[in-house]
Design a protein around this ligand. Structure first.
Ligand SMILES: *[C@@H]1O[C@H](CO)[C@@H](O)[C@H](O)[C@H]1NC(C)=O
Ligand SMILES: *[C@@H]1O[C@H](CO)[C@@H](O)[C@H](O)[C@H]1NC(C)=O
Ligand SMILES: *[C@@H]1O[C@H](CO)[C@@H](O)[C@H](O)[C@H]1NC(C)=O
Ligand SMILES: [Cu+2]
Length: 712
């Protein structure tokens, strides 16, 4: 048993006292609290003082906070408030704290309306997530350690240069020598010749392991083959480096300015956004980062639910080099570090261009004091090319309609040590919702010995720099609510008609159709991508029918970058990320089914046990019925990365895209009422060859004449 103590203070979360509107912090610029809003500064500070009181009056040692975040109301309580006019659910804070000299973590809940801790558990064998503060500590301890200093000397770095030694502290993944008994970080070591260098061209060959609680280096993994520090020049990419290599930046690109003279076409009520018939709430937490909830579409006055909740629930970046200790590199970046904890403050004109609305992210520091990452979420619009167009050839294409698209983007960027992940949740005027992930930043690197071959587990991307093969696999969590409650999920495969050529049914052999499979049970949903059938997955409402097609209203998941884990079944990678071995898995919705690897993944071996819940437990024997009910899909997508020199010393961003688009949901193209950029009917074309063009900004590149973009 991992639970040392289970203390339950009597409670029910629901509405013990009369509903009240709490004023939230000035930072978030809101008057009222929405049940899914992040905890404000006041709420975080209140939660921590309640928890500190609770622990000190119960005779505990000093505690330090790891997490204080909103415990979202259950779907039932949320919808009771939203749709049945019931009272606001109580605001509840979820906390994770570490107690001095006590193994494991404490977690619990604080009812903020009442001001009391109402549930606390002590979990001996689990480790908390790593915070940015945990990461920032490590370098200092590594530099001071006499054994590290000695190893640096062996690599060719004199003691006087220890200030030029750097490390990226990583979660240790899993290491059987310590398991989860101590809180550990592995320090991936690098060297800079001066503080402005990029250290990634100068990795060191050994790997110290730090106990994050005692701040001691408890071990150093030293390879049997030593690889000295590279004497090559650092591979830099800042201004000075580019000057030295190329004499300066290329000067051919002219400024592009985004002009939105009339401002934005979305509105915000606190964290609830409305844009082009969409309405949804934007939440943010330390783990998943952006969470989009209660997404609806206003279909000419009929407000139709689409998704209850969308988020990136987990990810894993497994590396493919089997040599010790590189097998440990398989970061579960969301569960171990948090897409929220690592989120960047964004800058106008750089990360987002145009007219921007930002939301801040609120966290607690170790002492439980609230702080914010300003401008964590960027909300803006972009031109999105053509929405639709048609011209009639009969009058030389003068009869025409062309409508340009705008998309709304809710984005954040987080940095996982060397890598950057840029997340863009996209909303389109035709009802499509998409997610783009752009990968950039710097490759994780290891040093090569003179004359050593990097293959087949990696690539030499710069002299003596080995970048190992790896994957970036994400788990998208989709909680659908297509056109109301009672949903099913299935898949569509383009399928050739089996009847042979020459047969009566398929004489010419050209027949094909869309084969639809509805997942009846959980086990039916455990599916892989199939590019040859163009497989897509459908979230649908079996209780309704499209009046034209007779098919149930649905949203189709189109996702074509879908590798699955290449590590073997039974490996730590596959055990720690059991969702990563398949493309899709669907389980019935239950209130705590959020993280498919589990709640505490840091240093977890991947062994299932009675008190560990994750996708494996939720799948169970696979016999749960998943038709016409409340369900959650976990979708694995991403890419497998075989590095090349073009990825170094800084990677051009590589995009991964998926969309969910309406099918049989509307009676026609729902974007027909978007105002065309240019429209002329046949009778107008006969009377007057050129219609008025609205765009006064576009002009010809090599002609001083202004103003005409589309006319002949
Ligand atoms: C909330 O804010 C309003 C407006 O600033 C103020 O009048 C009211 O007293 C505040 N309520 C509480 C409970 O602080
Ligand atoms: C994909 O579909 C094709 C055509 O039905 C089938 O032959 C193939 O085995 C499928 N591949 C996978 C991985 O399911
Ligand atoms: C699942 O439940 C639905 C609705 O209750 C029922 O119609 C269907 O037959 C069940 N399917 C299986 C495989 O049990
Ligand atoms: Cu990569």
């Amino acid at each position: 048993m991992n639970q040392l103590r289970l203390i339950l203070i009597p409670l029910r979360v629901v509405n013990l006292v009369s509903p009240q509107i709490i004023n939230v912090s000035k930072q978030s610029n809101q008057m009222t609290v929405h049940p899914l809003d992040q905890l404000s500064h006041e709420e975080i500070n209140k939660a921590s003082s309640v928890v500190l009181d609770y622990f000190s009056t119960n005779g505990h040692n000093a505690i330090s906070f790891n997490t204080i975040t909103l415990k979202e109301p259950t779907k039932q309580d949320y919808l009771a408030w939203k749709e049945k006019g019931e009272a606001l659910p109580h605001r509840v804070a979820y906390y994770v704290a570490v107690e001095a000299d006590i193994k494991g973590v404490h977690e619990g809940l604080v009812d903020l309306n009442i001001g009391s801790v109402y549930e606390t558990k002590s979990l001996e064998n689990f480790q908390p997530m790593l915070t940015v503060a945990d990461l920032s500590d490590v370098e200092e301890f590594v530099r001071k350690d006499p054994n590290v200093i000695e190893q640096c000397k062996i690599s060719g770095i004199p003691e006087a240069e220890m200030h030029n030694v750097y490390c990226d502290p990583w979660a240790i993944g899993y290491d059987e020598r310590w398991g989860s008994t101590r809180r550990l970080q592995q320090a991936l070591m690098y060297y800079r010749s001066n503080e402005d260098d990029s250290q990634y061209s100068h990795p060191l060959d050994f790997c110290p392991i730090l106990d994050a609680n005692t701040k001691e280096i408890i071990y150093i993994d030293i390879p049997s083959r030593r690889r000295p520090l590279s004497k090559f020049k650092h591979a830099n990419f800042h201004t000075q480096g580019i000057k030295e290599k190329y004499g300066g930046f290329r000067d051919s690109s002219k400024t592009i300015s985004i002009s939105q003279p009339n401002g934005v076409s979305f509105t915000m009520d606190g964290s609830v956004l409305e844009w082009s018939n969409f309405k949804f709430h934007i939440g943010f937490n330390n783990r998943e980062g952006i969470v989009l909830s209660d997404i609806t579409y206003n279909d000419h006055g009929n407000v139709r639910p689409l998704f209850y909740r969308l988020s990136l629930a987990e990810m894993i970046v497994p590396y493919g080099c089997p040599d010790f200790p590189h097998q440990r590199k398989h970061a579960l970046d969301i569960g171990e570090y948090g897409a929220g904890f690592m989120t960047n403050p964004l800058k106008l004109g750089c990360d987002c261009k145009g007219v921007i609305h930002y939301l801040d992210a609120h966290f607690a520091d170790r002492h439980g004091k609230a702080f914010s990452v300003p401008n964590a979420v960027c909300i803006h619009e972009e031109d999105d090319g053509l929405l639709h167009k048609h011209s009639d050839f009969r009058d030389e294409f003068q009869t025409t309609i062309v409508t340009r698209a705008t998309k709304l983007i809710v984005s954040q960027i987080f940095t996982a040590a060397n890598y950057e992940y840029c997340l863009y949740w996209n909303f389109h005027q035709d009802g499509t919702i998409g997610l783009d992930v752009k990968l950039t930043g710097i490759l994780n690197t290891y040093v090569l010995a003179e004359g050593e071959d990097a293959g087949p587990w990696g690539t030499q991307v710069y002299p003596l720099v080995n970048a190992h093969n790896h994957q970036h696999l994400f788990a998208l969590r989709v909680h659908p609510r297509i056109d109301g409650d009672g949903n099913s999920i299935g898949m569509s495969d383009g399928t050739a008609y089996e009847a042979p050529i020459g047969s009566k049914e398929n004489f010419y052999g050209n027949g094909f159709y869309c084969k639809k499979t509805t997942f009846e049970k959980v086990k039916d949903s455990l599916t892989q991508a199939n590019a040859s059938t163009g497989r897509t997955w459908d979230f649908f409402n079996p209780n309704k029918k499209n009046a034209y097609s007779g098919k149930p209203p649905s949203y189709k998941l189109v996702s074509n970058m879908t590798p699955t884990a290449l590590a073997q079944e039974g490996s730590w990678v596959c055990k720690r990320a059991p969702w990563s071995t398949r493309t899709v898995q669907v389980v019935p919705y239950k209130d705590d089914r959020f993280y498919p690897s589990g709640k505490f993944v840091t240093q977890w071996s991947g062994e299932q046990s009675d008190d560990y819940e994750n996708i494996v437990t939720w799948i169970g024997d696979g016999e749960d019925n998943i038709t016409n009910t409340d369900l959650v899909m976990f979708h694995t997508f991403g890419l497998t990365h075989f590095p090349a020199p073009e990825d170094f010393p800084l990677m051009p961003s590589e995009p991964i895209s998926l969309i969910m688009r309406p099918r049989h949901f509307f009676l026609e193209n729902p974007a027909l009422d978007v105002k065309p950029s240019y429209v002329m009917t046949t009778s107008e074309a006969m009377k007057q060859p050129l219609a008025e063009i609205e765009d006064k900004v576009s002009r010809l590149a090599f002609d001083s004449a202004k103003g005409e973009c589309c006319g002949k």
